[in-house]
Design a binder for this molecule. Sequence first.
Ligand SMILES: Nc1ncnc2c1ncn2[C@@H]1O[C@H](COP(=O)(O)OP(=O)(O)OP(=O)(O)O)[C@@H](O)[C@H]1O
Ligand SMILES: [Mg+2]
Length: 361
Amino acid sequence: MRLRRLQLKNHRNYARLDLSPGPSVNVFIGANGQGKTNLLEAVAMLALSSSPRARREIELVGPAGAGSRIQAEIDTGQSRREISIELDVTGDRAHRAIEVDGARRRAFDLPGHFRVVLFWPDDLGLVKAGPELRRRFLNQMLVQVEPGYARALAGLRRVLEQRNSLLKRMAAEDTGADTLDAWNQELVKVGGEIAAARTRAVAELAPEAARCHAEIASGERLEIEYQGPPENLAEAVNNSLAEDLRRGSTSVGPHRDDIRVLLDGQEARSYASQGQQRTAVVSLKLAEAALIERRAGERPVLLLDDVLSELDGDRRAALLQEVAVGGQVIITSVEAGPFPPDLIAKAMVWTVEAGRIQPCG
Ligand SMILES: Nc1ncnc2c1ncn2[C@@H]1O[C@H](COP(=O)(O)OP(=O)(O)OP(=O)(O)O)[C@@H](O)[C@H]1O
Ligand SMILES: [Mg+2]
């Protein structure tokens, strides 16, 4: 899979951009605050339909007008396609319109048309922070390869909203038990689908993540383990009713899932150093790329934002070796220094300055 051409209009600090990246490694060099992360965010949105970092879409729109546009030509193994995401601002809200080859798509129908693996500094929370980022990691991967997963996730969100508000009403008024039954069944159905997909995915990720980590960190042992909902979800949902009514929220289901991350047998969150945690996160992302490639038959585009900082020379070299195994890579850095000359010689190098991108040298 390859991004042939990217055009931005009023996306964050890019007033206008027309970029044709090379087919293999592309290195974007720029000082702080020049637009490196904004660039990767736009590319990631073409795969995921929304920004993984913006809390409100309106944040994405630059100062030059009441809307923005991200447009791209994508090469897949068999065909070329065009994807666009347009935001229109009215008041303090942005309305989003997504098109694939000129036809309107709903947000959950976009993933799968273009596939990426994104690493950016926020992802360090994958090891360090709470379970939400680890669930998001699984979701970002699975919407791109499992047909129906994005829809199941939307279904889960709806069930939880409805069930939680019903629980609160029931606690206050002592009515609604029959409606609850229908939501319980829906929770068990979508919950089961999501948990099954996650179980398969983590089993597939684990050996590849371990291999990558050992390669980059000379032998250090990375283990991951899915912690999903109870096997008999229907029974667990029934048994939790009293507690759910007390809390006014749903205590059992895949919205409580986690992944345990161990380094040399110990919890990575509390035991691993900064550089070790970064290595573990990168290894998980490279394993994600391998899973997507295996499932989809095509390598995703790797988007790596400031991935080399905090790593020592040996880890950098080993990481770049793992990254440059083929396929398109877009990698940013504040300086060219950390990249080995032979990689720079093969790569396309670009400079990023105040929302403008130029080929370098
Ligand atoms: N909606 C917006 N309109 C205009 N500018 C924006 C908007 N959102 C963010 N910016 C600006 O874009 C600039 C570039 O941000 P970006 O995160 O891409 O920098 P960066 O090159 O990744 O820097 P760093 O090396 O520090 O991570 C920032 O100065 C930010 O203020
Ligand atoms: Mg940045």
